[in-house]
Design a protein around this ligand. Structure first.
Ligand code: AMP
Ligand code: MG
Length: 405
């Protein structure tokens, strides 16, 4: 049995970057940036007014009130391009260029116009630089503003748009083909007969796959017959970069996923991980090069193993520089138990206490089959292998489930 860290390392070693493609900016959110983004202009590109008001020479408005002659107007998109002289003011709008000669903007609320708008009385003094963002104060032309390897969020879209990226280079999305094994399963739109249950794993895996930005193909239920399984795996591999199945990897008589893989000549890198839940997780490569993840059948094991292993592969294939979920720390609210020989991942809810500490509150749950209780989790508490008791108030490692969304 290998550790979770070793298993993740093996997955990373087997995962290759799929290269990049160009997409329209509107299709970029959620994709992984594949090029460094460099500013093609200063920001702001000119000295910019931060307020509606009057552009003035600060030296003119030290003794107030003072009257200045209004000699023009500078609006956003239509500036006033002369030199402001002593005793003069320019009516200016937010976002407009500040004219040469002016070194302060006094906001309109601290002024008032006289004589049909030809004169303005400045009521409060303004120091040089007031309400002006100087050219290049935010970013200088040529600076790198975003690095390849980050997922593009909505705020970054503003950056890309501002520097002229109508199209942007992003990592290719891996195609993942998924199907569930298990004779007991029926589809979500069917009523389970005797001894049957509805399949949920196919949908969970599809959801997590889409959240990690893979292109997901959900295939029909496959049953538990080794020849059929081999045929289904091999067919799925032809049309995908990753095949993910659930169920059939434990020690039961009808657990045939590994039998099918061996029939196909797959090269298995691991078959057991020191992980709870998720010990029987299988990972390997099919003869055509497609990666294969055989996740356990229990729905909670599926969530944990998908997010530790499959997600890492999906992100790495897209070129994400940090493909793994981040670990943070929190204060444990109640005593918990770990496992002697495996790292445990326990569902929890996070909140902040009155001392501004992040607290992890373990959920009551019935184990790896209890997906209803698990659905309330906002984080997983990670308990190292060999630590059987963890006392309340201890500092524990956690992984936020919200990071998977
Ligand atoms: P297995 O690993 O195939 O023995 O499955 C372990 C447990 O997970 C069994 O109780 C299964 O009924 C359940 N299970 C397996 N596959 C699914 C699925 N696709 N959806 C919901 N539960 C499942
Ligand atoms: Mg099964």
């Amino acid at each position: 049995m290998i550790s979770v860290a070793e298993a993740i390392q093996i997955v990373r070693e087997h995962t290759v970057y799929l290269g990049s493609e160009r997409v329209l900016l509107s299709d970029a959110p959620g994709r992984v940036l594949a090029e460094d983004i460099v500013a093609d202009t200063d920001l702001p590109p000119f000295n910019r007014a931060q307020m509606d008001g009057y552009a003035v020479r600060a030296s003119d408005v030290q003794a107030v009130p003072v009257r200045l002659r209004i000699v023009g107007e500078s609006a956003a998109g239509k500036g006033w391009h002369n030199e402001l002289q002593e005793g003069q003011a320019i009516r200016i709008m937010t976002g407009a260029p500040v004219p040469h000669g002016a070194d302060a903007v006094q906001q309109v609320e601290l002024t008032h116009e006289l004589r049909d708008g030809t004169v303005v009385e400045i009521l409060e003094s303004a120091e040089a630089g007031r309400s002006i963002v100087t050219q290049g104060a935010e970013i200088r032309k040529g600076e790198t503003v975003l690095r390849a390897g980050v997922p593009i969020n909505a705020a970054m879209v503003a950056v890309l748009a501002s520097f002229g990226y109508a199209e942007v280079s992003v990592g290719r999305q891996p195609r993942i083909a998924i199907f569930a094994t298990g004779t007991e399963l029926v589809n979500v739109d069917e009523t389970p007969g005797q001894d049957q249950i509805r399949d949920s794993n196919n949908y969970t895996i599809e959801a997590y796959g889409q959240l990690a930005n893979a292109s997901v193909e959900r295939l029909p239920l496959a049953g538990d017959e080794p020849t059929t399984l081999a045929r289904r795996i091999s067919k799925a591999a032809k049309q995908s970069d990753i095949v993910v199945t659930s169920g059939g990897v434990s020690m039961g008589v009808y657990d045939y996923t590994k039998t099918a893989l061996k029939k196909l000549g797959a090269e298995l890198s691991f078959e057991r991980v020191a992980l709870k839940p998720g010990k029987p997780t299988v990972f390997g490569r099919l003869p055509n090069g497609t990666l294969f993840f055989g996740l356990p059948g229990n729905p909670v094991s599926v969530t944990v193993t998908f997010n530790l292993f499959v997600r890492t592969a999906i992100w790495a294939m897209q070129g994400r520089s940090e493909p793994m979920l981040k670990q943070e720390t929190a204060v444990l609210a109640t005593n918990i138990r770990g496992t002697k020989d495996r790292e445990s991942y326990l569902p929890a809810q996070l909140f902040t206490n009155d001392d501004a500490q992040l607290v992890a509150f373990p959920l009551k749950w019935g184990g790896s089959s209890d997906f209803v209780a698990f659905a309330a989790a906002t984080a997983l508490i990670v308990v190292p292998a060999g630590v059987t008791n963890v006392q309340a108030e201890s500092i524990v490692k956690i992984i936020r489930m919200s990071d998977t969304l």
